[in-house]
Design a protein around this ligand. Structure first.
Ligand code: ADP
Length: 731
């Protein structure tokens, strides 16, 4: 660049300056009306023009104060911060950029008053004023105070962010901490949130400050000098009243007034609070906590405008706190519900009838043994696990509930688990109707009752077993009692039998001794009476003859009686060993003994072939003799016909003695075998009533039995049994 050029350049500037001077009154008048600040900045950065709005915005008393190299240094008074609040180099200001030859930019910056800490927002732009050669000679700065706009915008974005934050999360504490962080440093230097606790009156859930050292200081302060819950200001007061508190200017006098001692005052001063507000967190008529916001080192002042923002924020935070609490409560209730369902092996379900969807709780999936979240949700999915035998029944009962609008649903069925196990499930449900009264959903719980049923079955089995045991015990007792009484009866019987045997033996012995000993004197009496009869019959009077006849008769009968008694008693006491004997021989002897009587009666006796038997030959002779004798004696008008025969069956021989005599009435069949039992007088048929009892005794001694069958007037058949015996081979 040449000297000449520089000279002309200076001239041009000179001229421009002069022009500017000359037009100054006009320009002043013009720009005095403008609300935007306008300055003209020379190349040495000093201002050569400023309008009143510029003076106002830059904090000067008049435009003149700002002009010339000695004008008020704006940057000594203000700290320049960028839009985000960070310190900014003055070289980046649009005017300086323009003077440096770069294109003018527009930017928003903050001017923070170094004395008061007050911040103002400005939108600044600059345009160059060039000379004829296009060189920049001046920069024209235009700036607007956009503090209100920016604040509003910032508050709106703050609230928007807070709203987003608060609605995004239901984790109360982290949400509140994030909210506190939102306010610092945009609105204030401090933010703390306290919640009203159940146990302790308050609990600090968030505390934010840019400087961790300050957080620590505040913590120590709260620890050493806890706030009085009954204080008439501060957190506790706001918690009690629900009314916000704002102290825009905290003076040292205030600190002195609240300080409890010198150390307290020192710490309060160190904390250096400038403005403080405590805002309640109110929800549903309750104060849940407080939001405390304060400024300190930034020297910013919190006023009604900030209070409104913080109140709005608090309102949103309160909703979030309330929601989080409700959610936590709901979660707890749901958890309790789930735990209860789980504990009871229950799972809830819901069938949306219109949408044809079935919802299952995870617990129900567990009951069905399928992984959580794997239930398909259709009615077919629901039926799939059902036992085929139960399906129809369950479907019918569901259909009935829906078709007949039954309010309650209750059914039990089996479920087949994926591993093949079968479990019993009990479903209870309730039908809900829509606004048109149509069934809309069926809601209920399923309970796994497998164990319960097993327990019930066990209990029933136990009861059955107990009943059976009791029954068995009763039967056993009964049997024992029966056995006992049987044993007693047996013992009694045995004793009776023994007594009877003893008395029988005694009787036999007595009968034998008596009859034997009576025989001798009786024989003497009989002989002498007979002698009397022979010698004196017809020589005395008739009475004497009759008396003698009676005596002879009596003696004869007594002899017969004694003989029979003797024979009866001899059966037991004089019996011989039982050996094989030919019954025919005994029969022959019996007939020999009876020969006279048989001849006299003219009886016909037919004896069939008789076998060998085990017996006492003498006694068998007597037995047959008594029976044939009776058959002959108890004859009627007809000639007696007697038949003796025998049948052989196995080891037993049955002998029959048959007659055509007077016969016996059936009621006497038993009685006639007892001793001294007779059916006729001795005038009709002579006898002692001992014959058949001797027969019975003989047969029983031989191990057999004796009985009679008869047709009165036609005849009788006496039968007795004996043991069969092998006879020797006949030659
Ligand atoms: P007794 O012959 O001495 O009378 P028994 O003991 O032999 O005594 O007989 C008892 C009674 O049984 C007889 O009195 C008679 O009434 C009846 N009785 C016995 N044998 C016959 C018979 N073959 N036919 C009809 N009655 C009979």
């Amino acid at each position: 660049m040449s000297m000449t050029a520089r000279g002309s350049e200076g001239l041009a500037a000179e001229m421009l300056a002069r022009l500017f001077e000359n037009t100054r009154p006009l320009v002043d008048a013009l720009f005095a009306q403008v609300n935007d600040g306008v300055t003209v900045q020379a190349q040495d950065l000093s201002l050569c023009f400023a309008n009143p709005a510029a003076a106002r915005i830059l904090g000067a008393a008049s435009p003149e104060e700002l002009l010339g190299p000695g004008g008020v240094a704006v940057f000594e008074r203000y700290e320049i911060l960028d839009a985000a609040g960070q310190p900014m180099s003055p070289s980046l200001l649009p005017g300086r950029q323009v003077i440096a030859g770069r294109s003018g930019t527009e930017l928003v910056l903050r001017l923070r008053d170094r004395r008061t800490g007050e911040e103002r927002w400005s939108r600044v732009s600059a345009a160059p004023v060039r000379d004829t050669r296009g060189q920049v000679v001046y920069a024209v700065n235009v700036f607007q105070d956009v503090t209100e706009v920016m604040r509003t915008q910032e508050r709106l974005s703050l609230l928007a962010e807070a709203g987003e934050l608060l609605s995004a999360s239901l984790d109360l504490e982290s949400t509140l901490a994030a909210t506190a962080r939102l306010l610092v440093p945009r609105l204030a230097d401090w933010c703390a949130i306290h919640l009203a606790g159940d146990a302790t009156p308050t609990r600090q859930v968030a505390s934010v400050h840019m400087d961790p050292a300050k957080v620590e200081l505040a913590r120590r302060l709260a620890e050493l000098y806890p706030t009085d819950p009954q204080a008439t200001g501060g957190i506790h007061h706001v918690l009690r009243t629900g009314v916000p508190e704002l102290t825009s200017d905290i003076t040292d006098a205030m600190l002195v007034a609240v300080a409890r001692d010198a150390e307290h005052l020192r710490m309060l001063r160190e904390l250096g609070l400038r403005s403080l507000m405590v805002v309640p967190l109110n929800a549903r008529g309750r104060t849940l906590g407080t939001l405390t916001v304060a400024t300190a080192e930034s020297l910013r002042r919190l006023g009604p405008e900030e209070l409104r923002v913080v109140e709005e924020l608090a309102r949103r935070a309160s909703l979030a706190v309330d929601n989080a609490r409700l959610y936590a409560e709901a979660r707890r209730a749901q958890a309790r519900h789930e735990v209860a369902l789980e504990a009871g092996r229950m799972g809830s379900w819901e069938w949306d009838i219109a949408a044809q969807r079935v919802n299952w709780a995870p617990t129900l999936e567990r009951i069905h043994g399928i992984p959580e979240g794997s239930f398909g949700g259709t009615f077919e999915d629901y039926q799939r696990d059902m036992h085929p035998e139960d399906r129809e029944r369950v479907l019918t009962s569901i259909q009935r509930v829906v078709a007949e609008f039954q309010p309650e649903y209750h059914v039990q069925y089996r479920v087949i688990l994926p591993d093949g196990r079968v479990r019993w499930v009990e479903a209870h449900g309730r039908l809900t109707l829509d606004e048109h009264g149509r069934p809309s959903r069926l809601t209920g719980v399923c309970t796994d009752i497998t164990e319960r049923l097993a327990l019930e079955e066990d209990a029933r089995r136990l009861v059955r077993e107990q009943a059976a045991r009791a029954e068995a015990e009763r039967a056993r007792q009964h049997t024992t009692e029966l056995l006992e009484s049987l044993r007693q009866a047996q013992a009694e019987l045995a004793q009776r039998a023994q007594e009877l045997a003893r008395s029988n033996a005694d009787l036999e012995q007595f009968a034998y001794v008596a009859s034997h000993d009576l025989q001798e004197p009786l024989r003497m009496v009989a002989s002498y009476v007979q002698l009397l009869s022979r010698r004196y019959k017809g020589k005395l009077d008739e009475d004497a003859d009759a008396f003698i006849r009676y005596a002879v008769d009596g003696a004869t009968r007594m002899q017969a009686l004694i003989n029979d008694l003797l024979a009866f008693s001899r059966v037991g006491t004089r019996g011989k060993e039982l050996v094989p004997v030919p019954l025919e021989r005994s029969m022959e002897r019996a007939l020999t003994h009876l020969r006279l009587a048989l001849e006299e009666s003219g009886a016909e006796v037919k004896v069939e072939p008789l076998p060998w038997v085990k017996g006492d030959a003498t006694q068998l002779t007597q037995l047959l003799q008594n029976l044939v004798g009776n058959a002959m004696k108890f004859r009627g008008e007809k000639t007696p016909r007697i038949r003796v025969s025998a049948t052989h069956e196995g080891d037993t021989v049955t002998v029959a003695v048959e007659d055509n005599g007077i016969g016996i009435e059936p009621q006497y069949y038993e009685r006639i075998f007892a001793i001294f039992q007779r059916l006729h007088s001795k005038e009709e048929y002579p006898g002692t009533g001992i014959g058949l009892s001797i027969c019975k005794k003989i047969v029983e001694r031989h191990g057999g039995r004796i009985w009679v069958e008869s047709t009165p007037g036609r005849g009788s058949t006496f039968r007795f049994t004996l043991g069969a015996a092998e006879g020797p081979e006949r030659a």
